[in-house]
Design a protein around this ligand. Structure first.
Ligand SMILES: Nc1nc2c(ncn2[C@@H]2O[C@H](COP(=O)(O)OP(=O)(O)OP(=O)(O)O)[C@@H](O)[C@H]2O)c(=O)[nH]1
Length: 340
């Protein structure tokens, strides 16, 4: 499948063009019938049926797109060859480049249009050589071909800008999506991202009995840190803590900034005891590595509540239990972990 056509926008375009093609060829077929032009009537009805089929298989984009385009090309070549109604047939070829580019995209569109152009030149040549239709004035075919090339180039230029613009928008929205899930100060995932991750962990617990542990952490006496050392030192302390948390959790775990000076760690595939072991390593690392700035140094301490998620409890209840244990750790004198 061509990557350009692999999205809902392409499906819409394919449906749109197959519907337009179906209606237009059907109406033109009926007009040909009233003019007693039976061969043109038969050609247009066949074309209309192909468009109807393309519409019915629109979910298979490649098939549907090829049916629309090759049907269109065949009809255009027929019109050029026979002159259509009183020699006006070639006028229709100008719709080919916008339709081709919007269905095929730029690169493949150029290939299709060059091949189509060669077929049109051949059709004009055959019409003249075999006296199928005698275009008047003689320069008419040259003018049509020349203006077709200009229209094709303009459509290609437009498609090129459109694709570049789309890519920019896509990159920007990906970047924004990422920013919306990351805490700008610590670079850790934020609450929103973590809630989604917790839902995944909960699903794995209920479906596959994969256990997971939550560790809720809160910096001790952080108001005092801010008051004594300043707010920017407080910020440095949070960044330092975030780095320590990242270094001490398994790769498949998530350490997130839950809000303010609170952090939540979620570790899949482990039981409570492993959560407590990790929390003890974090306490030790904070003791070993103080927050250092050019002028200040401080050993930060945190309190933690560790719980194992219960299959029967909601995520909110799990977090509430962790919060109760964290509160207990604070009550018992801080710089410690309480678990169930
Ligand atoms: N520097 C800085 N401070 C923050 C940030 N977010 C929250 N705080 C501060 O964190 C402090 C939290 O204070 P409290 O809730 O009283 O808690 P505490 O002083 O740590 O006391 P305990 O939790 O009982 O140990 C407040 O002073 C907030 O202003 C932040 O992003 N940067």
């Amino acid at each position: 499948m061509h990557e350009h056509s692999n999205n809902p926008e392409r499906k819409l375009i394919v449906r749109f063009f197959s519907s337009i093609g179906f209606i237009a060829t059907l109406v033109m077929g009926c007009i040909a019938l009233t003019n007693s032009d039976y061969f043109l009537f038969f050609t247009l009805i066949c074309s209309s049926l192909i468009y109807a089929w393309a519409l019915s298989v629109y979910k298979n984009l490649e098939k549907s797109a090829s049916a629309i385009l090759y049907n269109l090309y065949a009809l255009m070549i027929y019109l050029v060859l026979t002159g259509g109604a009183q020699g006006t047939g070639p006028i229709w070829i100008f719709i080919v480049s916008p339709v081709t580019f919007s269905i095929r995209g730029l690169k493949r569109g150029i290939v299709d249009i060059v091949l189509f152009l060669l077929a049109v030149i051949l059709a004009f040549y055959c019409a003249h050589t075999f006296s199928i239709y005698n275009y008047q004035p003689d320069q008419f075919p040259y003018r049509v071909i020349f203006s077709f090339i200009i229209v094709a180039m303009l459509s290609g230029f437009y498609e090129n800008s459109r694709e570049k613009y789309n890519q920019k928008i896509l990159a920007l929205s990906k970047k924004n999506e990422l920013l919306a899930t990351i805490d700008p100060l610590t670079g850790l995932p934020n609450r929103r991202f973590t809630m989604n991750k917790l839902s995944e962990f909960k699903l794995a617990l209920t479906k596959e009995q994969t256990p997971f542990v939550l560790i809720l952490c809160d910096v001790d006496n952080f108001k005092k840190v801010n008051d004594e050392y300043g707010h920017s030192f407080g910020d440095e302390a949070l960044i330092h803590l975030a780095n320590i948390l990242k270094q001490h959790i398994p790769n498949n775990a998530v350490a997130s900034r839950w809000g303010g000076e609170e952090f939540l760690i979620a570790i899949p595939n482990v039981f409570n005891a492993k959560g407590v072991e990790i929390s003890n390593k974090i306490h030790a690392a904070l003791k070993q590595f103080p927050v250092n700035t050019s002028s200040e140094s401080l050993s930060l301490t945190i309190s933690m509540g560790v719980v194992q998620s219960h299959e029967s409890d909601s995520i909110d209840i799990d977090i509430k239990r962790a919060d109760e244990l964290l509160y207990k750790a604070k009550e018992q004198g801080k710089n410690r972990t309480c678990s169930e």
